[in-house]
Design a protein around this ligand. Structure first.
Ligand code: ZN
Length: 71
C-alpha cells in the first residue's frame, strides 16, 4: 500500500523528515535508523503526521515512454 504523509492538524502534505544519519562503517553508507520518527509539517510545525492511503487511480505513474510503445 502506498501512502501519502499528511499533517493531521492542518491537512498539508508538505511533510519533512529531518532525520540524522548515522555513518555505518560496515555498509559504508549513511543509515537512518533512529528509534523515533521526527517527521513534521512544514506548514504548521506540527509533529502529528498521519499516513493516508493512496488510491489506485491517483498518484500512479501513467506515463509510458514512447520507445516502449513503438518497440
Ligand atoms: Zn500542518
Amino acid at each position: 500500500m502506498r501512502v501519502r504523509k499528511v499533517c493531521a492538524k492542518c491537512g498539508s502534505d508538505d511533510i519533512v523528515c529531518p532525520s540524522l544519519a548515522v555513518w555505518d562503517m560496515d555498509q559504508q553508507d549513511w543509515v537512518f535508523n533512529l528509534p523515533f520518527d521526527p517527521e513534521y509539517c512544514r506548514e504548521c510545525d506540527s509533529f502529528d503526521i498521519a499516513d493516508e492511503e493512496i488510491k489506485d487511480e491517483e498518484g500512479r505513474d501513467a506515463f509510458l515512454p514512447a520507445f516502449l510503445v513503438t518497440g
